[in-house]
Design a protein around this ligand. Structure first.
Ligand code: AMP
Length: 477
């Protein structure tokens, strides 16, 4: 990581260096749907479009924060103070100065560490929208698109959109979220004067192909959780998006793991860059109390009900492998009087958002989910994560348990493990560089199976016609 300094000179913006970008393209396009309402802005599950871009008046008397050291634009700093951020997290301390210096940056950090703000804060500061007092007074949002954030899932795209809205409350910047399962025409209208776009690869490409998303004025592209995008089969889409945004000045990439696929992408599309690596051995947050129980596969639901009854989580997520099991377990939990709702990719998008919003607001305590909810689900006060099924990928474990103990809070993660799951457990422990504590739930003890082949050997050692218990009888003699 470079030791770029960030103090001592006036806050930077690309506008300072290049002047306002109102000349060409759609920089002047200020008609359209400026008054398009908040389109659900800030409104939790209704962020399919984003906020209108109107700036709130700047309050006086805001508390000082340690973000002042970065010399950000005052209106961005004010938004940080209102969000309640006081100290930059390690990934923020690493990335903010580099991004402000307009470097390409590759960041690896655990989930829930503030990585969204680590790239949004400096990019929004560079946008320079906060200096245009006249436009701020008029409340006019500015196009064209200058910051594009690509996310693997709709949920993460929505989270990024919300973080952007939080950080731009005092600047007239419109953020638009673009993802499938929502009407195209509303997004197309909103894009007309959006500066920040967060979306999923398929929908973004669709909008580019329709001529609705113009990337010719792009300052920066961010690929968030790129390893996950590859897991989900977006490799070609990511390539296309990077090719379609060649006029960008900066490329930022975050990933939980930097495997060879990600390194190939960095070599091909990012070029010279700086890295901010938050060490792997802190990949699962220290504050998560992690345990597992061995269990007979047929008894997993019963153990789950016991665990949930005993833990009585104020806000817990149960991760399950298949949609079918999600449906069934939720029903069974409800039958037992436990307040559970479900979320998986089979639900229509508006319903998914509604359920997440209700969960966020504490309207029910237990959310049963497939991995669709394991990334980008930013709910601060989740107390428990229960892996009904152990994830097949160690990285997914990190993302699932990372839903709890966010930003320094405490949390617990419980995993149910069958004898066949041993290799997955080992892979997880290797990745997190830590042994997960085994506990035994009385009444659910399982005997360790004999190593493969042991039974056959015993059988072979027994003379023909001698029954198995004869060995015991012989030993007793
Ligand atoms: P992320 O890892 O980006 O999903 O962020 C996790 C949560 O931490 C979000 O709710 C952020 O709003 C919050 N957050 C980000 N930066 C800070 C900070 N410096 N101090 C406190 N909370 C933060």
């Amino acid at each position: 990581m470079s030791d770029s300094q960030h103090g001592g000179h006036p806050h930077r913006s690309r506008r300072n260096e290049r002047g306002p970008r109102s000349g060409g393209g759609r920089g002047n396009q200020r008609g359209g749907s400026r008054d398009g309402g908040r389109g659900g802005g800030g409104g939790g599950g209704r962020t399919s479009v984003g906020h209108s871009g109107h700036a709130e008046p700047l309050p006086t008397d805001l508390p000082a924060t340690e973000f002042a050291a970065f010399d950000l634009a005052p209106r961005i700093e004010a938004a940080i103070a209102v969000a309640g951020y006081v100290t930059p997290s390690p990934i923020q301390a690493g990335m903010i100065p580099l991004v402000l210096d307009e470097k390409n940056v590759v960041g690896r950090a655990q989930t829930g560490t503030g990585k969204t703000a680590a790239f949004l804060v400096p990019l929004l500061a560079l946008l320079g929208a906060s200096e245009d007092e006249e436009r701020i007074a008029k409340g006019e949002p500015e196009g064209p698109v200058r910051i594009l954030v690509v996310a693997p899932t709709r949920e993460l795209a929505i989270q990024i959109g919300k973080e952007s809205e939080k950080l731009t409350r005092f600047v007239p910047v419109r953020t638009v979220c673009c993802y499938g399962g929502t009407p195209l025409d509303t997004q197309i209208r909103a894009l007309k004067n959006a500066s920040v776009v967060a979306g999923t690869p398929g929908r973004l490409l669709d909008l580019i192909n329709r001529g609705a998303l113009d990337l010719s004025h792009l300052d920066a592209i961010v690929l968030d959780e790129v390893d996950r995008m590859y897991d989900l089969g977006f490799r070609e889409d990511v390539d296309r998006l990077l090719n379609a945004s060649k006029s960008r000045q900066q490329t930022i990439l975050t990933s939980a793991t930097l495997n060879s696929d990600v390194e190939d992408l960095i070599a091909k599309h990012v070029g010279e860059h700086e890295r901010v690596i938050i060490e792997t051995n802190s990949l699962t947050v220290e504050a998560i109390d992690q345990t597992f129980y061995f269990v007979d596969p047929r008894r997993k639901p019963d153990l789950l009900f016991e665990v949930i009854k005993t833990l009585d989580p104020p806000k817990g997520i149960i991760f399950v492998r298949t949609r079918f099991s999600v449906d069934r377990l939720t029903y069974q939990l409800q039958q037992r009087g436990m307040g559970a709702e479900l979320i998986h990719s089979g639900l229509p998008q508006p319903k998914r958002e509604r359920i997440l919003e209700m969960f966020r607001e504490g309207k029910f305590p237990i959310l049963v989910a497939t991995d669709v909810a394991s990334r980008g689900l930013d709910i601060d006060d989740i107390t428990h994560v229960v892996n009904f099924d152990i994830p097949n990928s160690a990285e997914d474990y990190v993302h699932r348990v990372g839903r709890t103990a966010r930003m320094g809070k405490e949390g617990a993660a419980v995993t149910l493990v069958t004898m066949d799951d041993g290799p997955y457990l080992t892979a997880i422990e290797k990745l997190i560089n830590k042994e997960i504590r085994q506990e035994i739930w009385p009444g659910f003890e399982v005997k360790k199976p004999e190593p493969a082949g042991a039974k056959a050997k015993k059988k072979a050692a027994r003379p023909p016609g001698v029954p198995p218990w004869a060995n015991v009888a012989r030993r007793r003699k």
